[in-house]
Design a protein around this ligand. Structure first.
Ligand code: FAD
Ligand code: DHB
Length: 392
């Protein structure tokens, strides 16, 4: 088989890239290790920056998003028993965020690709990449018991943090920058109407808690926990008690409780490889960088990468010029590092790093007091949260 761009991974990066390339008249094939059902049901991100929403709408994927997405004009920060609002619409000005689950975006993208005759091969195995530093790279894989090959002009490694693309690059060609955190998140989906219209980030002596939502009937909640936390130690009653305690404010607000539909633990890591390219292989999204989830940035960053890549590939196929492709890594990394900074900062301000460290605890409270009390500081949080401009 032959295609112009071989894409590894049917997550937000891989599917959006395939969609954008199709709109430019460029053919691609997407290979995915999991089944379509698995990809469409995996619960992950939920907060979309304004630019991600705009891209979905401009490229014909806005119908369900506009109907079912929950538009938010701000978030709340809770600390010291009080809740404070950061008003995005006022501070940015006019920009907002939308809660629409990652798996819903993936459903929309998969349907759009299949409706236009796009090729997505699910449930493939033994994917390997060859000839990365030649003009004719090849992907080999197995599907339904057969060995197959795709000959490509370019490869896009969109296969997430545990994929095969990054590890196919020779050792020494990439520099790795990394930070791990001494905690993880325990996330739940609950069948309960959201008790707040906007997400709430709560700082508490027992650890961070986050209140979010997925629909008028479903609440999404997260709790800081140990990195090696055993889910069996968290019966539903303990989860609700921790959520009530950590979100408690003097006005008596508490989340509405209901049956827990799903539970999971998510590790926290900051990770970047440089450059995001080797020969004809371009890395995008979590394959190239991971942010801790506190700023809700991972999926938005994955989509920002593939916008840059699609533009570079479009220029190449239209004119034969590689200027934008040659700048791909540098263009993306400028944004990646700013988003890393913001995600690290939100994480550092809101989580308990060391239960014994009274200095750190008071410094965090002072920082939250400053961020919510100073218009300049609130504005800085707001402009990062709604998404920095695409500067390419
Ligand atoms: P992925 O979504 O990981 O997709 C990669 C795909 O490649 C997967 O489908 C995988 O099965 C496939 N694959 C892997 N290996 C292979 C292989 N060898 N061959 C073929 N296919 C392969 N981000 C936000 O922006 N906002 C949020 O609110 C947010 N909250 C989050 C909350 C949680 C609990 C978690 C876990 C993440 C959150 N994120 C959030 C991060 C976001 O989910 C990721 O950054 C995003 O999924 C990255 O997209 P991607 O396409 O790069 O990678
Ligand atoms: C959600 C996830 C995040 O990481 C975040 O910062 C805010 C909201 C969510 O899943 O809704």
């Amino acid at each position: 088989m032959r295609t112009q761009v071989g894409i590894i991974g049917a997550g937000p990066a891989g599917l959006m890239l395939s969609h954008l390339l199709h709109l430019e008249g460029i053919e691609s094939v997407v290979l995915e290790a999991h089944t379509r059902q698995y990809v469409e049901e995996r619960v992950r991100a939920g907060v979309l920056e304004q630019a991600t929403v705009d891209l979905m709408v401009e490229t014909g994927l806005g119908a369900r998003l506009k109907q079912e997405g929950l538009l938010h004009n701000g978030i709340k920060l809770s600390f010291g028993g009080c809740r404070h609002r950061i008003d995005f619409r006022d501070l940015t000005p006019g920009r907002t965020i939308t809660v629409y689950a990652q798996q819903e975006i993936l459903k929309d993208l998969i349907q759009a690709r299949l409706d236009s005759g796009g090729q997505i091969h699910f449930d493939v195995s033994a994917v390997s990449l060859h000839g990365l530093d030649t003009a004719a790279p090849v992907i080999r894989y197995r599907a339904g018991g057969d060995s197959r090959e795709i000959h490509c002009d370019f490869l896009a490694g969109c296969d997430g943090s545990h994929g095969v693309s990054r590890t196919s690059i020779p050792a020494g060609a990439l520099a790795v920058f990394e930070r791990t955190y001494p905690f993880a998140w325990l996330g739940i989906l609950a069948e309960a109407p959201p008790a707040s219209e906007e997400p709430i980030y709560s700082h508490h002596q027992q650890g961070f808690a986050l209140f979010s939502m997925r629909s008028p009937k479903i609440t999404r909640l997260y709790l800081q926990c140990a990195p090696d936390e055993d889910l069996d130690q968290w019966p539903d009653s303990r989860i609700w008690e921790a959520l009530r305690t950590r979100h408690a404010t003097s006005d008596g607000w508490r989340p509405v409780e209901g049956p827990i539909l799903q539970k999971g633990i998510t590790g926290m890591r900051s990770f970047v490889v440089e450059p995001m390219q080797f020969g004809r292989l371009f890395l995008a999204g979590d394959a190239a960088h991971i942010v801790p989830p506190t700023g809700a940035k991972g999926m938005n960053l994955a989509i920002a990468d593939v916008r840059v890549l699609a533009r570079g590939l479009a220029e190449f196929y239209a004119s034969g010029r590689k200027d934008l492709l040659d700048q791909y890594s540098a263009t993306c990394l400028r944004r990646v590092w700013k988003v890393q900074r913001f995600s690290w900062w939100m994480t550092s301000m809101l989580h308990r790093f060391d239960a014994e460290d009274g200095f750190e605890y008071r410094r965090q409270l002072a920082e939250l007091d400053y961020v919510t009390g100073s218009r300049a500081a609130s504005m800085s949080l707001a402009e990062n949260y709604v998404g920095l401009p695409m500067d390419y």
